[in-house]
Ligand binder design. Structure first.
Ligand code: ADP
Ligand code: MG
Length: 399
């Protein structure tokens, strides 16, 4: 009986082994003993056969585990019934279409609606969101992307995201100022999102956003932020094939003029290392966003009233700066948004804040800090206390 069991086991693993071999080729299994194949009788049954069996077992198991992992990483998209999305109200308007607050069967969602003319942008954004390991608390949560045609209507492309009730950072700052801990928390969370985006992980390529600005950052109800709008984003693992003019232009000349780094405005981006160069371009825009965000931090203005929200360079160039104006101001004159006077006299927290902002928007792209480094800096900044707050709290304790 015992020998029968051993014999059957041996035959079973023989057939599994052959099955495996037919899938992956015998060269992948150099360790398999031929004893298992010939005869298959009890007389050839040996310790070696046991070892072989265990090895095959491990390999078959490993194969299934890896396959399982890959299936998981190629996340099956959570299918929504696209005909049941009921649009409630417009919550945002971007360059490519409207964003609606919609009601799915059991949840509220934001539905970005693009026309067929913007298919390239749609496909790019969808493909970036669908990359493995794109779930992160500081990256907008993707639900689905699909095309639909309602009866009597033109076909439309939809990107469905979690709905962020506080809207974009830009919108948030227009209507609300924040205190020091809130500003630091927001700045840290945006930077954490960017740092994650820029970092290559096991199955996730490094990604450059290429249109980072306060309209493309969403605010969670807990006051942290998530980066969104990946219509221009680019996965950076593909080696740049060479200075083909079309490709060079497609890589370099992208983004919103206001937030374009000097090297982009000047057409002087270093394409020989485009991965680093595109990350540096994102970090420049991050510096401008810090300026916009902390300019609405009431704690660091005398009298604790922050001035109304202003976009970077709005004071200098108004609401719709042209490419040429930006090029002149930022690339040629090396001008940057001015720090408020009340930020001058703090030797610690605000001096550090200004330093970090300057390290991000450096004229020389090589001298800019990385997003990962900026994340560290923002964490440290959150632990500092601006002088004006210490004065107020010491006055409170004295009285
Ligand atoms: N998930 C969301 N929740 C709430 N508001 C959103 C959401 N996604 C986008 N919005 C709003 O819509 C605006 C435009 O969205 P965006 O994705 O940037 O579109 P575009 O690619 O056209 O610029 C954002 O600035 C924001 O105000
Ligand atoms: Mg946008």
């Amino acid at each position: 009986m015992l020998s029968f069991v051993k014999y059957s086991k041996c035959m079973f693993f023989k057939s599994r082994t052959l099955d495996w071999e037919s899938k992956v080729g015998s060269s992948c299994l150099p360790c398999i003993s031929k004893h298992c194949y010939v005869g298959g009788g009890y007389e050839l049954y040996s310790i070696e056969c046991y070892v072989t069996v265990i090895r095959v077992f491990i390999q078959v198991r490993t194969f299934s585990v890896i396959r399982g992992l890959l299936v998981l990483l190629h996340k099956p998209v959570l299918k929504t019934d696209i005909y049941c999305i009921c649009s409630v109200q417009v919550v945002g308007r971007g360059c490519y279409g409207n964003v609606w607050m919609g009601q799915l069967i059991d949840q509220c969602a934001a539905v970005k609606q693009l026309s067929l003319n913007n298919r390239q942008n749609f496909l790019n954004e969808r493909d970036i969101y669908r990359l493995p390991m794109m779930e992160h608390e500081n990256i907008a949560r993707f639900i689905d992307a699909t095309e639909r045609q309602l009866p009597g209507k033109a076909p439309e492309l939809l990107i469905i995201l979690e709905y962020y009730p506080l809207g974009s950072l830009n919108n948030f700052l227009k209507h609300k100022s924040c205190n020091w801990p809130e500003a630091c928390r927001m700045a840290h969370s945006i930077t954490r999102g960017l740092s994650y985006l820029h970092t290559e992980r096991l199955y996730k390529p490094a990604i450059a956003h290429r249109d980072l600005n306060s309209r493309n950052v969403l605010v969670h109800s807990d006051g942290t932020c998530a980066i969104s709008d990946f219509g221009m984003a680019m996965a950076l693992s593909r080696p740049f094939s060479g200075p083909l003019e079309e490709e060079t232009a497609a890589i370099a000349e992208v983004g919103t003029y206001r937030y374009m780094a000097p090297e982009v405005l000047d057409g002087a981006i270093n394409l020989s290392d485009h991965q680093t160069a595109l990350k540096q371009v994102d970090v420049y825009a991050l510096g401008l966003m810090y300026w916009e965000l902390f300019s609405r931090c009431s704690d660091i203005f005398s009298g604790h009233v922050a001035p109304p929200f202003s976009l970077a360079f709005e004071a200098e160039l108004g609401s719709h700066p042209t490419f040429d104006e930006m090029q002149q101001l930022v690339a040629r004159e090396r001008h940057r948004p001015v720090f408020p006077a009340s930020w001058q006299d703090d030797p610690l927290a605000l001096a550090y804040l200004k330093l970090v902002i300057e390290e991000c928007w450096e004229q020389d792209a090589e001298a800019r800090i990385t997003a990962c480094c900026a994340e560290e800096r923002m964490k440290e900044l959150g632990e500092l206390r601006p002088l004006c707050l210490s004065v107020v709290s010491s006055l409170c304790t004295a009285t």
